[in-house]
Ligand binder design. Structure first.
Ligand code: ZN
Length: 459
């Protein structure tokens, strides 16, 4: 696997050229890239050859003619999915079982796994071209303040990523991969495992001392903001970058208050393991799709496009920069809403908002609740978690902050949770105290509310 700076420069220059040409050039570029990917998939992926058997010539194909694809179906036919024949699922799984091989390429590709919060984890295969795209396009979308930000970040200290370390997840693995291929690009990067007590994590961050940037999930940020406000966490980053979960306005405000050093604020990106560089956040705080190389469609339950301004039932992803593992109209399960007006930043790329991932919603009978309706805060707790153990049974888990009597904390929290259920018309629910500690997802995300896991997710 090679990471070519020349090809990266190609993505950079191409990305600038496309943006300068406005909508017309973006759409033309996207269609050209799509038809090229469809042709490659038909030629070299037995699965896509079957799937697209009835389509006309690839050079005339339109996006809407292509069938929607889903993770369970693709994973079931993994060996036929890729456009290379040398990497079988068995071989990929062997590699993923060995944590020492995290971020180490296998042949000409890198592999990561998804966390599997919404069902079976996917194995994601990235060719060099995707890495080159990631760097090139990110730089092409920079505004002036981003360049200043990068300079400051390098000057002022380490860039620390805090995510799950117990598996081949891209959060930790991508940096290792870059270090492996281009050591200079990875200078000043550090990694801290999310799976440890908050006390240890804070200690590690304080030991690094000069931290200019923290990259983590919003759920981890909730905790860091609390630790900073309590005076236990001492680092003073100039920027925080979040992803993987929904960052609420309320959390953004709390973090900005807790960290007055955040000169560049919080960059909230929207991406997934299947496409690590999907969108970029602009100076107006909106997320824009990198439409020359990524297609994000907002669709309803029947997979028909919904107009801008409408919240979608799910989103379909097409990754044009990965021709080894084609993701074409791939059902992401996320709800998105495209903005109806152009962004004040002037970018020609469409901007959108993301609503909570479907997997985090709590369902009791006919009622569906957002995890945000629960007030899981307590001055004596570092972490609080509400777990749905069966449809009408919930338990509260706590990691205490000090010597407070757990009984009182539990009592107050249980009362608050029951009030939320009552206010939302949910009756006959049991909420009890649990001695178990709050748990993280496989990739190290902390969900304040863990809904009952539905095994079928989206079939
Ligand atoms: Zn913008």
């Amino acid at each position: 696997m090679r990471f070519s700076l020349l090809r990266t420069l190609g993505y950079f220059a191409g990305g600038l050229w496309t943006a300068w040409g406005g909508r017309k050039r973006i759409e033309a570029r996207q269609l050209r890239n799509l038809r090229r990917l469809v042709e490659k998939a038909r030629r070299d992926s037995p699965l896509f050859r079957r799937l697209y058997a009835d389509l006309g010539p690839s050079s005339e194909v339109e996006l809407r003619e292509l069938p929607v694809t889903r993770k369970p179906d693709l994973m079931a036919e993994f060996d036929d999915w890729l456009t290379i024949r040398s990497l079988t699922l068995d071989r990929a799984r062997d590699h993923l079982r060995d944590i020492r091989k995290l971020g180490v390429p296998i042949d000409d590709v890198a592999i990561f796994r998804t966390s599997g919060t919404s069902g079976e984890p996917a194995v994601v295969v990235l060719p060099s071209s995707f890495l080159e795209y990631s760097y090139g396009i990110t730089l092409a979308r920079f505004e002036q303040y981003h360049w200043k930000l990068v300079r400051d970040m390098r000057k002022l200290g380490m860039r620390v990523t805090i995510t799950g370390g117990n598996g081949h997840f891209a959060g930790a693995g991508f940096n290792k991969l870059v270090r492996h291929l281009r050591p200079r690009l990875a200078r000043g990067l550090a990694f801290i495992e999310a799976e440890q007590s908050i006390g240890q994590l804070v200690e590690q961050l304080n030991a690094i001392g000069r931290v200019s940037c923290i990259v983590t999930y919003p759920s981890m940020l909730t905790i860091l903001a609390k630790e900073k406000a309590a005076g236990r966490l001492q680092v003073e980053p100039v920027v925080i970058s979040t992803g993987g979960e929904t960052l609420t306005e309320d959390l953004r405000t709390r973090v900005l208050q807790a960290f007055p050093s955040l000169k560049y604020g919080i960059l909230d990106t929207y991406a997934c393991t299947e496409c690590l560089v999907l969108s970029f956040e602009c100076s107006s705080g909106r997320k824009h799709v990198n439409e020359d190389w990524v297609i994000l469609e907002a669709v309803d339950e029947a997979m028909r496009p919904v107009p801008a301004g409408t919240l979608s039932a799910t989103a379909l992803l097409t990754v044009l920069a990965n021709d080894v593992q084609p993701f074409i109209r791939y059902d992401l399960g996320d709800c998105v809403r495209f903005h109806t007006d152009p962004c004040p930043c002037g970018s020609p790329f469409r901007s959108f908002q993301v609503e909570g991932r479907e997997a985090t919603l709590v369902r009791v009978g006919e009622v569906t609740l957002s995890p945000l309706v629960f007030d899981l805060e307590h001055e004596h707790a570092r972490r609080i978690q509400l777990v749905q153990t069966s449809e009408r049974d919930f338990e509260v888990r706590i990691e205490l902050a000090d010597e407070a009597a757990p009984g009182v904390v539990f009592e107050e929290l249980i009362r608050s949770v029951k009030r939320v259920f009552r206010d939302n018309g949910v009756k006959d629910v049991a909420v009890t105290a649990s001695q178990a500690p709050p748990e993280l997802t496989a990739s190290g995300k902390f969900h304040e509310v863990l809904p009952l896991r539905r095994s079928d997710s989206r079939s």
